[in-house]
Ligand binder design. Sequence first.
Ligand code: ATP
Ligand code: MG
Length: 629
Amino acid sequence: MAEEITQNMPKLQLDEETGEMVSKAELKKRQQKRAKKAAQEKARAEKAAAGSAPAKPKATAPKAEETATDPEQMFKVGWLADVYKERPEKNVVTRFPPEPNGFLHIGHAKAIAINFGFAKYHGGVCYLRFDDTNPEKEEEKYFTAIKDIVEWLGFKPYKITYSSDNFQKLYDLAEEMINMNKAYVCSCNDTEIKLQRGGEKGAHERYRCAHAEQTAEDNLQKFRDMRDGKYKPKEVFLRMKQDITDGNPQMWDLAAYRIKTDQPHHRTGWDWKIYPTYDFTHCLCDSFEGITHSLCTTEFIQSRVSYEWLNKTLKVYEPMQREYGRLNLFGTVLSKRKIMKLVEEKIVRDWDDPRLYTLIGIKRRGVPPAAILEFINELGVTTNATALPVHRFEQSVRKYLEKTTPRLMLILDPIPVVVEDAEPADIELPFSPKDPKMGSHIVKFTSTIYIDRSDFREEDSKDYFRLAPNKSVGLLNVQYPIKATSFTKDPETGKVTEVRAVFDKETKKPKTYISWVGTEGSKKVEARVHNQLFKSEKPEDVEGGFLNDINQDSEVIYHDAIIENGFDEVRRRAPWPEAAGESELGKGGPESVRFQAMRVAYFALDTDTTEDKIVLNRIVSLKEDAGKK
Ligand code: ATP
Ligand code: MG
C-alpha cells in the first residue's frame, strides 16, 4: 500500500499567493496569468495617469542577497579589514564591554559579532568585560543572561572580567594623576562648569576655575577625603586637567571620579564611596587587558581624543580605539525603559517574549544564532549607522531557515476528514526536498486525517481549488486526491465538525495539494503565531507614544493544532547540523527544535513546553507578507 499510495508524485512547489502546493506546470500557468493581469492593470493605470502628474519612480524594498556570502566577509573586506591593516597585530586582543544593567538586544549582537568575531578571525582572544563602574541597577540575572547569550551566539570569552576588578588600580592611578598635576578636586556646580566650558553654544571663552590651581598635596588630601566619605555626593569631584584650548569638548577637564554613597556595589559592596567615570575607566581597563583594537560605536568618536590622552599621560600601554556604526531596527522598540514598560503593562509575556528584539526574545522565538551572525555579516561593517525595518531581518532569517530546517506537516486549525475507502499506510517523506542528507521519515496515513479548516469550503466556486463537496484536492505525498462527499456542522457554532470523502482515482493531476496529518503518532500542540507587535514603522512617533501603537493581533494562539509523528525525530535530532555553534556552547534549549511546517510557517519549540504539553512559536512566515495580512 505504501508504494501504491506514494507513486508518481509530481514535484510540488508553493504558490506564494495562495499558499497552495501545486505542480511546476500549474504554478507556471498561474504566474503567467497573474503577470498578464498585472501588465493589463499597469497599462490601464498608465493610461489614466497620462497627461496628469509625471509618474514617480517606485521605491523598491531592499532584497536579501540571493547568493551565499562568505561567512567571514565582514573581516576580509571593508572597515574591519582596514582597522586591522592600521594595526596588524600578531596577537589580537579585543573586548565586549556591556553594562550589566539590562538584557542585550539585536544591536548588541553586532557588537558581539564584531569584537568576538574579529579576534577569532585573526586567531586572537576577546574578553567579556562587564562595565560595572556604576553601583546602580546591577542585578545578577543580567550578568548571567549576557554571558549566556554570548555563548549562544557561538563565542567563548577568553576571560570574564569586571571593570570593578580594577577599582584599586584605578584609584592608584588617579592619585598618580594628582601627583603629576594632571587632576584636581573641584567643587563647582553644574552651572559654573557649563560657563567654564564656554556657556550656551560656546558664547564666550572657556576658562578654568581656581580649583585647577590647587597644589598636588591639597588635591591629594581632598581626594582621600572623598574616598573616606568626608564629603557628600555632588559636593566635590575629581577632574582631569586636560587641554581646554582643544576644540574637542572631551578635552575640557572631564570628570574622573564621583561620590556615590546611596547603594552598595554588586561586587565590592560598601567598600567604595567614590566611583570612576566611563572616561576614566574604559581606556585604562582596555590598557590593563592589553586590548589591541578597542572597537566601539560612533558616538565615541569624540572620546577617542580623551581615551588616547589618558593612556599617554599615564604612560601605560596604548590600545587603538576605532568606531563603527550602530545597528538599529525600526518597527519595534529597543530601549530598556520602553521594553520595561511593555513587560510591566503585561503587553508582552516577559523580556524574552518572541515578539521583542531582545536577544533572549529572538532566541526564544527560535531564530538560530547563525542566522543572526549571517545577517550581520551580510550587512557588513562601516562607520554609518544601519537602520532597517524588522521585516528585513526576518527575510534574512527565512533565507537561513529555508536551507537548514527539516519539513513537517502541521495543521493549525484542524477538521477531521474520514476517507471512507482508505486504509492505513506508511508514506516516506523526505525532511528536505533539496537536501537528501537530512534523511526522511515515515508518516502514517490513516483513514481519518486532519486538514486545515481553511482548506475546506462548504460551497465550491470556480476560482477555488481546494476541498469542497464534490471537489477533489491532492494530499501532499499521497497518490490519489480525495473528493469530499458530505460534511457535518455543529448546529450551535455553525462550524464544520467533520468531512467525509473518498479517493478520487479518476483525477490524475489535481490542481493543488494540501497538507494533512494522520491520527497515528500525531500530537496536539499549542501553536503561537506572532505578528508584529506594533502597527507602524516608527512606534515612538505615534501620537500618545508607542503604547498607542500596539497591534492587538500580535499573538494568535491555536490551542488545538496537530503535528505529525515526524516531530519526535526532529526533536530528538535537534539542533539540526547547520545551526552552527549552538550545540557546543549554547546548550541547545527547546528553541533549537526547529522545522518548516509545510504551507504554514517556520516553527520552534517554546520554553513553556512541559512533559504534557507542546508549545510552538512561529519563527517567521514562509513569505514576507503572509503575516501582515
Ligand atoms: P547605550 O550605551 O547606547 O545605552 P547600552 O547601554 O544598551 O547602549 P552597552 O552595555 O553600553 O549598551 O553596550 C555594550 C556594547 O554594545 C558597547 O560597545 C556599545 O557600543 C555596543 N552597542 C550598543 N548598542 C548597539 C547597537 N545598536 N549597535 C551596535 N552596537 C551597539
Ligand atoms: Mg551604554
